[in-house]
Design a protein around this ligand. Structure first.
Ligand code: GDP
Length: 612
């Protein structure tokens, strides 16, 4: 059917026809779907008062707007959905065990430890792992790979339990938010001397919402003032009734530091899992599961801990994990012992991937390397498109407040880079939970493990985002590019500090807290003209050091002649120098021609004042 023209352009109307577009599609993609000329869609958008180029990614609203105008029913497809379709196109089904009921074999429960801060989650995880290891072999080296498995005897039978050893509900919720249901059972740690606290109930809510059974570890029973019965009484209010009170929740008194009650806890976990869950998986299929943690190892390259959820993972398998792929070169368990196969519920560290996957990324074994690469590449391409779709202009945390006031911006865009995927996920999750009111919001448009790269900086430039470096620094020229382009990079090594600053920025409270630190002064003795460079000041350093690249100002008769200069060149005799100390002569170029004998060059750097 030929439609009336819109804005002088003839386009076939949709009559409500359904068009599926992936998040971050462009007008060209749209045009392709309806067999129109991209330029005509650009014109339609212009008619609607928006200037969009044909190949630029646009947001959901723009796609919907255009769809409504042309009478198409637009369905924007989510990344998860798209991923399922992507895998289907390779004839792969993710998430379901193959075969029939008879093919399923019992597998160990996967446990996450949650609870209020300082109630002993970390200590408990360490204690369990340690006790179990000592029983096995004395003095073995244990590694934190993000998860571990222990063995315990219940009713004369050897039983295994897998613990995710990144404690806390951040990891739990972040994984769940990404559709990665990794946890079968939650151990809720409550300190007997402190009782139920806000994060106890928060953890409880998360576990109950996920429909995951709970075992309560009443910790610190060794402490004076410990009152384990009170914990039991308090938790009845939340529907957790101890067996001795006629309920069906197992409460176990433990001491993580004194290593009391740990075997009872393991037994309670096994019994609860047996009573309320049917944990079985097909071990005889290509392995599938989820990445728990990943990092870049200097010697070994990308290293990822994956949890096998079904199938058996073997050395030599071709795998895809998020946007990473490769062949399993080696697998290590939590004792750093090499293993050749990993059955369901087994966490293993995998070597041989091309990149570091994110926590919560799914992994799967495919028939060959080529397919692995194709899937990874298509995921990467999709991610790139989706990321750029969200991009816009540039900002620093300090600008934000002003921009808010001017009504210019109501959203802070962030790119988070960190040393391990667990911390990136945890930080992102925590930041997204910041509640700063209606007018302002925050969006994470990029994330990853490893150094801050030029790509990250370019994305920040394109979209006006702030980069957060958690235990990482810029690679090679990325730092320089960021400085030149005025991209704000913030470095943190403590999650709470990052959260506090971002929150402060969002609330418009962040004042620049920089102070000037003087580095050195030099007196100009002679002025040289250097072709192409300009005037260079032959000087003697009077105090401190003069360092190349530092900021400088020129002072004449105690008056600042020019500020905001930089020590562009620094030479001692004919050699380039990085710094020259007090009492030595040197040639200094500060990119300012009016330098005279007798002037003083003062150099300084801006140091961020430590926050209190
Ligand atoms: P998390 O924040 O829940 O991971 O708590 P931690 O495992 O870091 O423990 C917090 C503090 O409680 C540490 O100082 C531990 O030494 C202490 N702690 C943990 N478990 C016990 C315990 O069973 N008994 C005693 N007395 N102290 C404990």
């Amino acid at each position: 059917m030929q439609a009336p023209t819109i804005g002088g352009v003839q386009i076939r109307h949709g009559n409500g026809q359904v068009i599926r577009l992936s998040r971050g599609a462009s007008l060209a993609d749209f045009a392709d779907k309806i067999g129109a000329n991209p330029a005509s869609l650009v014109q339609v958008m212009l008619g609607l008062g928006e200037m969009v180029t044909a190949t630029q990614s646009v947001n959901d609203e723009t796609l919907q707007l255009l769809g409504a105008e042309l009478n198409y029913n637009i369905q924007v497809v989510s990344p998860e959905e798209e991923d399922r379709e992507l895998l289907e196109s390779f004839d792969i089904e993710f998430g379901e065990d193959e075969g029939e009921d008879a093919d399923l074999v019992a597998r160990p429960p996967v446990v996450t430890v949650m609870g209020h801060v300082d109630h002993g989650k970390t200590k408990l995880l360490d204690a369990i792992r340690h006790t179990n290891l000592q029983a096995r072999e004395a003095g073995g080296i244990t590694q934190h790979i993000g998860a571990y498995q222990v063995t315990t005897e219940v009713d004369g039978e050897e039983r295994k339990i897998t613990f995710i050893d990144t404690p806390g509900h951040e990891a739990f919720t972040a994984m769940r938010a990404r559709g990665a249901e990794t946890t079968d059972l939650v151990v809720l740690v409550v300190a007997a001397d402190d009782g139920v606290k806000p994060q106890t109930t928060e953890a409880l809510n998360h576990a109950q919402a996920a429909g995951v059974p709970i075992v309560v570890a009443v910790n610190k029973v060794d402490k004076e003032g410990a009152d384990p019965q009170r914990v039991r009484a308090q938790l009845t209010e939340y529907g957790l009734v101890a067996e001795e009170f006629g309920g069906d929740t197992q409460f176990v008194d433990v001491s993580a530091t004194k290593r009391i009650g740990l075997e009872n806890l393991l037994e309670a976990i096994v019994l609860t899992a047996d009573a309320s869950l049917d944990l079985r998986a097909n071990p005889h299929q290509d392995a599938q599961g989820v990445a728990i943690e990943g990092h870049l190892d200097k010697g070994r390259g990308p290293v990822a801990t994956v949890l096998v959820q079904r199938g058996t993972l073997n050395v030599g398998d071709s795998i895809v994990c998020g946007e990473a792929y490769g062949r399993v070169r080696a697998m290590l368990d939590e004792n750093y012992d090499p293993i050749s196969e990993a059955p369901p519920s087994r966490p293993v560290q995998v070597l041989g991937l091309t990149a570091v996957p994110g926590a919560g990324d799914n992994f799967l074994v495919v028939s060959d390397d080529r397919m692995a690469r194709q899937i990874a590449e298509r995921r990467e391409a999709r991610e790139r498109v989706a990321t750029f779709a969200q991009g816009r202009r540039r900002v620093t945390l300090e600008d934000l407040d002003q921009a808010f006031k001017a009504g210019e911006r109501e959203e802070l865009l962030l790119i988070i880079k960190g040393d391990v995927s667990g911390s990136v996920e945890a930080l992102e999750d925590a930041l997204l939970k910041l509640d700063v009111g209606e007018e302002v919001s925050l969006r994470v448009i990029g994330r990853g493990v490893g150094a801050i790269t030029q790509d990250d900086v370019n994305l920040a430039i394109a979209s006006d985002a702030v980069i957060i470096g958690f235990n990482v620094r810029p690679a090679e020229r990325a730092g320089e590019l960021a400085r030149r382009e005025g991209v704000d990079i913030r470095y943190y090594s403590i999650i709470y500090q990052a959260i506090e600053e971002v929150e402060a920025a969002l609330k418009g409270m962040l004042k620049p807290e920089f102070e000037e630190a003087q580095l050195g002064t030099a007196e100009i003795r002679e002025v040289f003209r250097v072709p192409r460079i300009g005037n260079v000041a032959g000087s003697i350093v009077r105090s401190g050091v003069i360092r190349r690249g530092s900021k400088a100002r020129l002072i004449r008769d105690s008056v600042v002649i020019s500020d905001n200069l930089t020590v562009d060149s620094l030479r001692r005799f004919k050699e380039d120098a990085t710094e020259v100390r007090e009492g030595f002569e040197c040639g200094i170029g500060i990119g300012f021609n009016d330098v005279r004998v007798g002037d003083t060059i003062e150099t300084f750097e801006m140091r961020e004042k430590p926050r209190t």
